[in-house]
Design a protein around this ligand. Structure first.
Ligand SMILES: *Cc1c(COP(=O)(O)O)cnc(C)c1O
Length: 475
């Protein structure tokens, strides 16, 4: 792009955005099972107004904008009550689950290293732990050790305990984990953490907000919050099932002695003294204020209404899958995260076919002995479209049956030999894939099934490298 010599008028400019966004899935159509949590217009409009009203205020310095400090304290106070914390608990508002998790890991590291002499700190992650923990480990120079699951898809506690060594600083549990929507046995994990004096983070990015409402509906949910001794910190997102606009999460700690290690303070430059509780420095006050607006606008009765509707929708989809001869439901539970697979159909084609009909459902690659699957996160805007969704899903399944599989794999046969012999040059391979699929920079493929089928049979490390090279190519 070139900067126009003379600025354009807003009308011309608006056309540009309208044209460009034609490529996007319609975010407020109720047809996305993921990425967008839309409470529909009734609960979206007012927070949008507040988002804009506070957008230009900077959270860099709350002495200039004390309202941001007050609003943050209110949100933290709510969060602590919501998760059964006591008067010693504390926390910070962040830009999202990833920032909350990065901070938790950094805090766990620095808190632990202030007490113990550990050369190569290591964190224990169930294979269901969110990639943000791997990101934190890579950013902050920590080792990771993965822990496998039992048949019930919860972390294997024996393996967890046996994996602890003198370098271990932290263990992580999810409430629930994203893909299958299953809660780890947090009370048992907390016991292990206590026994060995380890920092224990509960990732409740997804569940922290809505699980307490399920309890209010008398649905049995295992404990996962600060009521359990041994839980050191909890992350909870508002930009998911709390329906706040994006850029909204909290990281909470058992006490300020721990939280101290999160805060960055720097006077070692020629300039004003910099004190950042979180990762961002300049940050908009918009998401914070809009989160407060969303919580207060929807209220307890509103959230209970939304979750009830989601559970009805969930049940409908679960029943459809259970009664379908080609589909298998991976886990049945009253949590609006669902995954299913198939022993007879190429699920990657189902995803593409649904995409052509304007839906977004998420393909998940195979992992160890877990088969590839499709994940759905059911949010309130999906509720009114479930019947239509199931009709299109059935049609997509029928269509998928007729499509050829492994078209890209056939074309890459010569490379597969090299992969097997471990002599692969990743850059060459990616170039070959790009050529075979006739892809261009800044252009996305129309169908992802050929790529997904290919990635699906590769070792994890190769997948990571190939995707990295590919993204480096297209961006
Ligand atoms: C969404 C999510 C995260 C990461 O949050 P972002 O807001 O996408 O950065 C972490 N853990 C779980 C379980 C999540 O669902």
């Amino acid at each position: 792009m070139l900067l126009p010599k003379k600025g354009l008028n807003p009308k011309q400019l608006f056309n540009f955005f309208q044209e460009t966004e034609k490529a996007d899935t319609k975010w407020n159509s109720g047809k996305l099972f993921g990425y967008v949590f839309d409470p529909t217009e009734k609960y979206r409009k007012f927070p949008e107004k507040i988002l804009l009203k506070y957008y230009h205020k900077s959270g860099l310095d709350f002495t200039v904008f004390p309202s941001l400090l007050k609003i943050e304290q209110e949100i933290i106070d709510f969060s602590i009550r919501h998760l059964n914390g006591d008067e010693n608990c504390c926390g910070s508002f962040t830009s999202g689950g990833t920032e909350s998790i990065l901070l938790a890991v950094k805090t766990a590291r620095d808190y632990t290293l202030s007490k113990k002499n550990i050369k190569e700190p290591e964190i224990l992650l169930p294979i269901t732990a969110h990639p943000a923990f791997h990101k934190a480990a890579r950013y902050f120079g920590l080792k990771t050790k993965l822990i496998s699951l039992n048949k019930d898809l919860k972390v294997n506690l024996q393996e967890l305990e046996q994996s602890i060594n003198q370098n271990t600083i932290m263990i992580v549990g999810s409430a629930p984990s994203y893909t299958y929507g299953i809660l780890d046995p947090i009370p048992d994990m907390a016991q292990i953490a206590k026994k060995y004096g380890l920092f224990f983070h509960v990732d409740a990015c997804m569940g922290g907000f809505f699980l307490p409402f399920l309890k209010k509906l008398n649905i049995a949910i295992p404990n996962f919050d600060f009521s359990i001794e041994g839980v050191s910190s909890i992350s909870m997102d508002f930009h998911k099932f709390a329906y706040a606009p994006k850029g909204s999460s909290v990281i909470l700690y058992r006490n300020k002695e721990i939280r101290k290690y999160q805060i960055f303070s720097c006077a070692n430059w020629i300039g004003y003294t910099m004190i950042n509780p979180t990762i961002q420095s300049t940050k908009s006050g918009g998401p914070l204020a809009a989160t407060y607006a969303t919580l207060m606008l929807i209220g307890e009765d509103g959230y209970i209404k939304l979750i009830k509707k989601k559970l009805e929708a969930l049940k409908k989809i679960q029943n459809f899958i259970k009664n379908h001869k080609d589909l298998t439901l991976i886990s049945e539970h009253p949590i609006p995260l669902l995954a299913f697979t198939s022993n007879t159909i190429n699920i990657f084609h189902i995803v593409d076919e649904m995409n052509l009909k304007g839906w977004y459902i998420q393909p998940v690659l195979s992992y160890e002995n877990f088969k590839e699957s499709i994940h759905l996160t059911i949010n309130y805007s999906n509720v009114s479209r479930i019947d239509e969704f199931l009709i299109d899903l059935e049609a997509s399944i029928e269509k998928a049956k007729q499509l050829p599989s492994n078209t890209l794999l056939e074309k890459l046969k010569s490379f597969m030999d090299q992969i097997q012999k471990n002599q692969i040059n990743i850059e060459n391979l990616v170039q070959e894939v790009i050529k075979k699929l006739e892809m261009k920079p800044n252009e996305l493929p129309k169908r992802f099934a050929p790529i997904n089928e290919f990635l699906n049979i590769l070792p994890i490390e190769l997948r990571e490298q190939i995707l990295l090279e590919y993204v480096n190519f297209i961006l």
